[in-house]
Structure formats: structure tokens, C-alpha cells
Design a protein around this ligand. Structure first.
Ligand code: DAH
Length: 344
């Protein structure tokens, strides 16, 4: 007997209806997608009776019957498989408690400390004006912290009661103003710089005072600078810090390294100048110190005060942050309590 003859015998033996019933019954018992896969191989695979029968079909009717069975079985397998996969997912969702449609765990992302926020605003405002940003030493010599800035030998800040002395000639800087000297000694004018960092004073901790705080210090030295340039520069920074409606005014004052010296006020950002508790009902907030660079400073760094002119200013960062966020005390800014910091 030739091989074809034996196959022909198999074809003859295939009862299409019985085969379909058997396959559907088996499929009804399949409990997992994997079992469906095995049955698919058995009933529809290359070596299955149905495929072999189809391969050997000789007449049209048998071919149509077998193809109809194949199509029906393929559809039934696909349907059962999808059904079982859905059921498996439902079980997984119920038992693993994992629902892909739920929002993910929130990441604990921190925020910048209010003083850092203010520092960056100040830096950006000055970079926008073409200023160089400077970072200086916090341990300073008496010479740079006081002498070269024109502090009188009897000035009260020179006392160890006001200032932290490390030894006779060394202090924790009491202000960022020594940066003016460092900058002028390392550059040739014109210079435009802002120096930002920590300063130290021997103050007791009170609601409004802290022995460590931050200042930003600006210095511009060029030909023909006037008080109007100083005022415009401060106005630019104050508007960056406290909003475009701010106005700036000057009150005369005294600082050893500026002449004339001015204390700049900014119109109160809380009440917009109408008067409130924060501005003590004056409509204005005092910001720090400023003025035109004193000729003695030019002399101390070897510059000709006839040729060069300049202005300088210094303001507290904590104070700026307090005003910006309406924080009435300085102490929360140094508190490690995250409930405080999370508010900003
Ligand atoms: N250094 C001064 C202080 O801490 C503030 C100051 C006043 C800075 C006048 C300046 C200035 O640059 O010109 O009180």
C-alpha cells in the first residue's frame, strides 16, 4: 500500500461533525489559556486529523464541510482563549490587589527653602542686568571686614560683643560688604557684581533676629554712575522680588563705605502702601543699606576716585523671604520642622 492510500483511509475515517463535537467539548473543559493552546495544537495543528484530512481532500463537498468545521473551531478557540485570559486578569486583580488604572504612589518631592527661592530670584534679576554673581569667604580678616571698608577704629561692630572673633585678626564676616574690596582688588572697572551669602552677628535669637543670616550685596563701579542708577537698580530687584507694582524711596543714613548713604524702602507688598501691621502703618518697608561708593574705598583698593564712581547696596535675604511670603518671624526660616517649610 502506498502512503497516499493510507492517508486517504484516514480522511475517510474523519467524521467532521464528531470531530467538531469532540473539540468543542474538550474546549469547554479547558481551564487556562495554556490548555486552550494545547487543544488548538491537537485539533487544529499541522498534524491534527482535521489538517491532514484537509490536505487530502479530493471532492468539493468534503472540502467545504471540513473548512467550515475548521473556521468554527478557530473562532471557538479564540473566543474561549480571550474569555480565560480575562478571567485570569480578574483573578490577578482581585488577589494581587493590583489595579493598573489606579494612580501611582505620590513621589515625595521637596521644595526649595524660601531663602533659597529668594536667593535665586535675586541672582536671576542681577544676571539679567549683566552682573557677575560672587560667592565669598565667611571667615574674614578684620582688615577686609572693617579696615578697608572705612570703619572707624571705634565703631561698635568691631567689638567682640557684636562680632564673632576667631582670633585677634579674624572674624566671621558681619556683612557681605567685604566682597566689594575683594572684587575691586581682583578686577579692573567697570565692574557690576552681586555677592550673596551668610553673615554672622552676636545677636540673641529673638522673633526678628538670628545670629546667622544671609545678605545680598551689590556693587557697580563705572564712569558717571549716579544715585539715579542705584535707585533704578534697586527698583528692578525689588520688583523681581515683590511684584511689578513696587516703588522705592530713599532715606538718608550713614555707612562707613558709602557717601552719601541711603536706606532704601520698598512700598509695602502686603498692603500695597496703604498701611498695615507689617509696615507699621507707614506703607513702606525698610530694606537694608545703600549709597555711592565712598572715595576712601576707592583709595583703599588703589582706584582713582576722580575717574571712577560707583554705588553699592546690601539687603537681607531672610527679610526678603519674610516679606515675600508674609512670615512675621525670622525663626521659622531656621527651623528644621518640615511642617513650617512645607508651606512654601
Ligand atoms: N553692610 C550693611 C549692613 O549689613 C548694608 C549696606 C549698606 C551694604 C550700605 C552696602 C551699602 O553695600 O552700600 O548693614
Amino acid at each position: 500500500m502506498k502512503p497516499e492510500d493510507s492517508e486517504a483511509a484516514t480522511v475517510a475515517a474523519v467524521d467532521a461533525a464528531a470531530l467538531q463535537d469532540e473539540a468543542l467539548a474538550a474546549l469547554g473543559c479547558a481551564a487556562t489559556p495554556a490548555e486552550v493552546g494545547e487543544l488548538r495544537t491537537r485539533y487544529l495543528g499541522r498534524k491534527s486529523d482535521l489538517k491532514q484530512a484537509l490536505r487530502n481532500v479530493r471532492d468539493r463537498d468534503t472540502g467545504m464541510t471540513l473548512n467550515a468545521v475548521r473556521e468554527r473551531l478557530e473562532a471557538a478557540f479564540a473566543e474561549r482563549e480571550a474569555e480565560l485570559e480575562r478571567a485570569a486578569l480578574d483573578v490577578a486583580l482581585a488577589t494581587d490587589g493590583f489595579d493598573v488604572t489606579l494612580p501611582g504612589d505620590e513621589l515625595a518631592v521637596g521644595t526649595l527653602h524660601p531663602v533659597t527661592q529668594v536667593r535665586r530670584i535675586v541672582e536671576d534679576a542681577f544676571l539679567g542686568l549683566g552682573y557677575e554673581v560672587r560667592d565669598d569667604r565667611e571667615v574674614e580678616t578684620v582688615e577686609y571686614n572693617f579696615d578697608k571698608l572705612g570703619f572707624a577704629p571705634t565703631h561698635s561692630s568691631r567689638s567682640p560683643r557684636d562680632t564673632f572673633f576667631l582670633d585677634h585678626d579674624t572674624v566671621l564676616r558681619t556683612e557681605t560688604s567685604p566682597s566689594q574690596i575683594h572684587h575691586l582688588e581682583s578686577r579692573t572697572p567697570p565692574v557690576y557684581m552681586v555677592s550673596i551669602g551668610r553673615v554672622y552677628r552676636r545677636d540673641a535669637i529673638t522673633p526678628t533676629r538670628f545670629p546667622i543670616f544671609h545678605q545680598f550685596e551689590g556693587l557697580a563701579v563705572d564712569r558717571g554712575l549716579t544715585l539715579a542708577d542705584l535707585k533704578g537698580t534697586l527698583l528692578h530687584v525689588m520688583r523681581a522680588l515683590f511684584g511689578p507694582q513696587r516703588r522705592v524711596r530713599f532715606r538718608t543714613h550713614f555707612f562707613p563705605f558709602t557717601e552719601p548713604s541711603m536706606e532704601p524702602d520698598v512700598s509695602c507688598p502686603i498692603c500695597d502702601g496703604a498701611g498695615c501691621r507689617t509696615c507699621k502703618h507707614s506703607g513702606w518697608i525698610e530694606l537694608g543699606g545703600s549709597g555711592m561708593v565712598d572715595p576712601v574705598v576707592f583709595q583703599n583698593v588703589g582706584l582713582d576716585a576722580e575717574e571712577w564712581s560707583g554705588f553699592a547696596f546690601g539687603c537681607g535675604l531672610e527679610r526678603s523671604a519674610q516679606l515675600r511670603h508674609g512670615i512675621s518671624e525670622i525663626r521659622p526660616l531656621w527651623s528644621p520642622d518640615l511642617r513650617v517649610l512645607r508651606q512654601f
